[in-house]
Write a protein that binds this ligand. Structure first.
Ligand code: RIB
Length: 325
């Protein structure tokens, strides 16, 4: 019984720069490196590194990047038997700039991710009976995302949906199929049509998303923290203060941490703390999958803050509000 991630697999071409360029500007960069990425693959690696049995379903091209991406997933412990190698297209690529303050700009060329279709959904359906949750994002065609969410709902499997990259026109039918939606500020703003930039506006956005049919809305506010709302509870978890060097994949790390905690039977509040911890740790290292913590590092981080596995369990769901500074 594990978790399935259905989504994108990219190679990230990363340039580090003193600051992000403005439109029309040529800027001298500092370093260049390539790392495995893609929002789906990042979430799968985040889960597997935390020790959760994880299946990745998606597509790569029949090129050297595709081979490297599959090898990297395997090296992190992700099961890759349901990744299709598409002979007709190149692997997904992301072109990323990261500034000295850790901000980023990302352009994604979908490649094989853009060819994900009902055949991939069928392979996913075969895995559902042995699974506990399905993680989805928006770097594969929306028709495949909706079909996967429907299949998971029919199989009574929890759907955790990261509406990234930001989109304003999600189909209405998707929301009621989602158990937990996890937008960041920009994505939440696009979904609800007003600006989201702090706890108050995040609460309003979460209320709109609950109204549309999701069971739980978690708004990731970056360095400010995380707001979470269900019909029964609303709470805010402050961010862990860390020295941020690169925010790429921090949101993916959050979703991995969140889903891992739920898989291990922690409460929603505790799961949000795990997500915030995994996201914070990911910002302290460069790159996407290269930044995702292993279980030993993750446990040590929580334990140092007296939020380790044992401590969280003994709090009986009280959680860590205001206790992670
Ligand atoms: O969320 C970060 C990811 O977005 C990067 O790894 C890149 O591939 C893009 O998909």
């Amino acid at each position: 019984m594990g978790i399935i991630v259905f989504g994108s697999i990219n190679i990230d071409l990363v340039a580090t720069t003193p600051r992000l360029p403005v439109a029309g500007e040529t800027l001298l960069g500092e370093n260049f490196f390539t790392v495995p990425g893609g929002k789906g693959a990042n979430q799968a690696v985040a889960l597997a590194r935390l020790g959760i049995p994880t299946q990745m379903v998606g597509r790569v091209g029949a090129d050297s990047f595709g081979e490297e991406l599959i090898n990297n997933l395997q090296a992190s412990g992700v099961q890759t038997g349901n990744i299709f190698v598409d002979e007709t297209v190149s692997s997904g690529v992301a072109i990323i700039s990261v500034s000295r303050t850790g901000e980023n700009q990302i352009i994604v060329i979908p490649g094989a991710n853009g060819r994900v279709n009902q055949e991939d959904v069928e392979r996913l359906i075969h895995l559902l009976p042995g699974s506990r949750a399905l993680l989805l994002q928006l770097e594969i065609p929306i028709t495949a995302v909706v079909a996967a969410a429907k299949a998971a709902r029919n199989a009574n499997i929890k759907v955790i949906f990261d509406p990234a990259p930001a989109q304003s026109d999600l189909p209405d039918e998707l929301y009621p199929l989602v158990d937990i939606i996890t937008p960041n500020e920009v994505e939440a703003g696009q979904l609800v049509g007003f600006s989201v930039d702090g706890e108050e506006s995040a609460a309003k956005a979460a209320a709109v998303l609950l109204q549309r049919g999701v069971k739980c809305a978690i708004v990731k506010l970056g360095a400010k923290g995380v707001f979470c709302a269900t019909a029964e509870e609303k709470f805010f978890v402050p961010a862990f203060p860390v020295h941020t060097i690169d925010t790429v994949a921090a949101g993916d790390a959050f979703n991995g941490g969140l889903a891992a905690a739920l898989f291990e039977g922690f409460s929603l509040r505790q799961a949000v703390v795990w997500g915030a911890a995994a996201g914070a740790l990911a910002t302290t290292r460069p790159g996407a999958q290269t930044s995702l913590p292993d279980r030993f590092t993750f446990d040590a981080f929580l334990k140092e803050r007296r939020l380790g596995t044992g401590e969280l369990r003994s709090r009986g769901g009280r959680g860590a509000e205001g206790e992670n500074n």
